[in-house]
Ligand binder design. Structure first.
Ligand SMILES: Nc1ncnc2c1ncn2[C@@H]1O[C@H](COP(=O)(O)OP(=O)(O)OP(=O)(O)O)[C@@H](O)[C@H]1O
Ligand SMILES: [Mg+2]
Length: 145
């Protein structure tokens, strides 16, 4: 078992830091580049949602991320205590976005759940949002660890 718990300011620059951290965390495991890309995408979509939507880019507020690896089972939790999601079913619908700007296609949740084996979102208005993800890593070489 290898665990990480992180708290960082809700600044979009920190998304890049998390991507590097995830790469380093997974690099020694002997999994495919494709799976590394999938995990990086899950984390970067989840973290950017927490920063942009949940905490509205307020650098005084913190995003929390937990990453746990137990053999080939990867667990990821991303949490903010921000504004929460009013209609979760709608938010999970492909191409739904509350931000009406072109760069937000409303595909973040859809991409995250596609790349995950288990995907769960809990959210309460004015309390925040938590996403829980499980992903089973393949091509995992126990000899390397
Ligand atoms: N942590 C969060 N806190 C509050 N609202 C959220 C959070 N995460 C997602 N949402 C809501 O769910 C909607 C859908 O999220 P999703 O990631 O699928 O799309 P998006 O972020 O709008 O666009 P994209 O991810 O394609 O840039 C968001 O527009 C937002 O309203
Ligand atoms: Mg998003």
């Amino acid at each position: 078992m290898n665990k990480f718990e992180l708290k960082f300011s809700a600044m979009i620059e920190n998304e890049a830091v998390l991507r590097v951290l995830v790469s380093s965390f997974l690099a020694p495991l002997g999994i495919s580049d494709e799976e590394i890309m999938e995990v990086k995408t899950i984390v970067s979509e989840g973290v950017s949602n927490a920063i942009i939507h949940g905490l509205e880019n307020d650098p005084n507020r913190m995003v929390e991320v937990r990453i746990e690896l137990d053999d080939e089972e990867l667990y990821i939790m991303i949490k903010d205590d921000g504004k929460g999601i009013e209609d979760l079913e709608l938010a999970l619908t492909p191409m739904f976005s509350t931000l009406k700007i072109e760069e937000h296609t409303g595909m973040g949740f859809t991409i995250m759940s596609t790349f995950s084996d288990e995907f769960d979102v809990k959210s309460a208005v004015n309390h925040g949002t938590e996403i829980h993800i499980r992903k089973y890593l393949h091509h995992y070489d126990n000899d390397i660890v």
